[in-house]
Structure formats: structure tokens, C-alpha cells
Ligand binder design. Sequence first.
Ligand code: AMP
Ligand code: MG
Length: 337
Amino acid sequence: MTQVIQLDSEQPAQEAIERAASIIRNGDLVAFPTETVYGLGANAMNESAVGKIFKAKGRPADNPLIVHVCNREMLDIIASGVSKTAERLIQKFWPGPLTLVLERKPEVARSVSAGLPTVAARMPRNAIALELIRASRTPIAAPSANASGKPSPTTATHVLDDLGGRIDMILDGGVTNIGIESTVLDMTTDPPVILRPGWVTQDMLTEVVGIVERTASAEELRRSPGTRHRHYTPHARVILIEHGSTEIIEVVCREHLKDGAVGFIGHNQVTIDDVLFYSIQLGNRPEDYAHSIYSALRELDSRNPHVIVVEGINDDDEGAAVMDRLRRAASELMPRS
Ligand code: AMP
Ligand code: MG
């Protein structure tokens, strides 16, 4: 049985936090909200507890986890050699959606880092998450709380749909603020390298540390093994229409309607008079997409379309993070290059 406990996201009840923390201290699993997506947490220093995360999610063992801390001091339990540059980033962006890849301390459970000599760490900007870590008195390893490969969860219901019965408790703090995962920045190289784009953009990082590289080279992909795996995908095949190709959307939807139900997510309205056409309209700002894209994919998927067509947005700034996720979710990009 998975207990779901509703909490005030600003002032969570201490009694519930204490119960959740005792589950973590016991070596079991608790899902909790962060400002990005819901995380599935376990004591990062306990090998058997971390093993339960991989098992519950069906996550490949070569995909490392992010460790969450509640203050700067706690970072010293898991990482060493924190540079001046890293300190400046921590000052500026923590708590917040920036994950730093640092030199790992040997006390961290090995499976957290999937065998790498590094550890990814961040301090989330969410009172429930911070209180839970504080009460647990240990850093908490937490990947997104979805079944491996599925869209990340932005509500407690999403977590329950994917992991109900496999985890002990879900702390329900409502819909997450941002809706997509953190920026992952590798601090073990000079200049630092963005391994996964997120809400903290390349420009925001450059302002603090000078040069920051953005990559997708084979070498970096090897260093961030998780980025290799299939991600964020619903059951339906996702077709992504790149920004600026509005005119082909309706044609593509009609074409696929010949073979069955079709879902559409976009900021332009597409009206097709067919009972097997389901559409969800989003605002056109990156924050609108980030906030709603995963739940829109899940909602459409529950109607069993064979294809979901998604209209892309501009790739600039925060849009880069949204488009990164959509390109990974998609099995086809249009127009084809
Ligand atoms: P998730 O928590 O599900 O959003 O996934 C965490 C992601 O962080 C992984 O897929 C990796 O891309 C990245 N990551 C975690 N630990 C490391 C590490 N030690 N080195 C590089 N990337 C990491
Ligand atoms: Mg994930």
C-alpha cells in the first residue's frame, strides 16, 4: 500500500514530515514534490535503499541519480573539491533547478553514481522537499518519480499511477511549479559543460561563471549516461513539429487519423471534426509548455491514440529545455531534415 499525504506546500505539517523522514531513515522510499517535478527519494548513503529506487522505477543501473541536500553544509557529506566557481553558482541558484556534477565522496552509495567518480547534487526550492531532507538528517537520492521512460510526474496522481503499490509514501504538495527537470552542469571540467538543459539557462550560467559549454557530443553523453536512454515517452508515438512549421500540423494530424485516434498538443488551435481527434491547447511561452507538457502527454495517452502530434516552440533560452525534452520524447521530427 502506498500512503498519499496531502501537505501545505509552504508550511507542511511537521508530524507528516516526521513520518516520511522515518521511512527514509529506515531505508525505504518516499516520493515528494520539488519545484521541478516529483522525486522518488531514498537515503543516498544507504546502498540497499538506493537499490529500491532502481527497482521501483525499472531504471537501468547505468543511469545515475541526483542527490538532494537542504543546505550548503550537507553538500560536504557527498562531494569534495567544491571550487570557487561552484560556490558562486550555489550562492546564486540554490535552492533552485540547478544540479552540479562534482567529485564524489566514497561514503555515497555506489549505485547513486552508476560507477562514476562524480556525484550530481542540488538543493530544491520547495518547503516539503527541504523539510523532508532536514528531518531525515541525510542527503536524499531522488530521480523523477515516474516509471522509467515515462513522462516525469508533476502531480501526486502521476506518481501514484506509475508507482502505486511499489513505494511506501507520497507527499502530495499539489502541481509542481516549473514542470521540467533541473539543468545538469558538469563542474569537473573547465569550462563547465551543460549535460542537460533546464530552467537555469546557458546565459544565466555564463553571467556568473564566464564560459559555459553546451554539449551533446558522444563523449559527454557517455559521461551523463542517463541522457542516452529513451525518455519522457508516452505509449503513443510522438511526432514533434518543429517551431515555425504551423502549416503542416493539420495535414499531419489528418493523415494519421486515417489509422485511428490522434492526440494534439500545441499553442495554435487545430480544429478537426472527428471524435477520434483529441487536442490540448497550451500557452505559447516556455513556462506554459514546461508547466503542462508532461501532464498533457499523460492525459492524451490515457485515451489511447496511436500518435500524439506536438507543436514545438522557439529553441531560445528556457525554450531550449522544453525542446530538449520534446525531441527525446519524439520518435519523429517534422519537417524531416
Ligand atoms: P533524473 O533524476 O531522472 O532527472 O535523472 C538524473 C540525470 O542526472 C541523469 O539522467 C544524468 O543525466 C544526470 N546525472 C546524475 N548523476 C550524474 C553524474 N554523476 N554525472 C553526470 N550526470 C549525472
Ligand atoms: Mg527522470
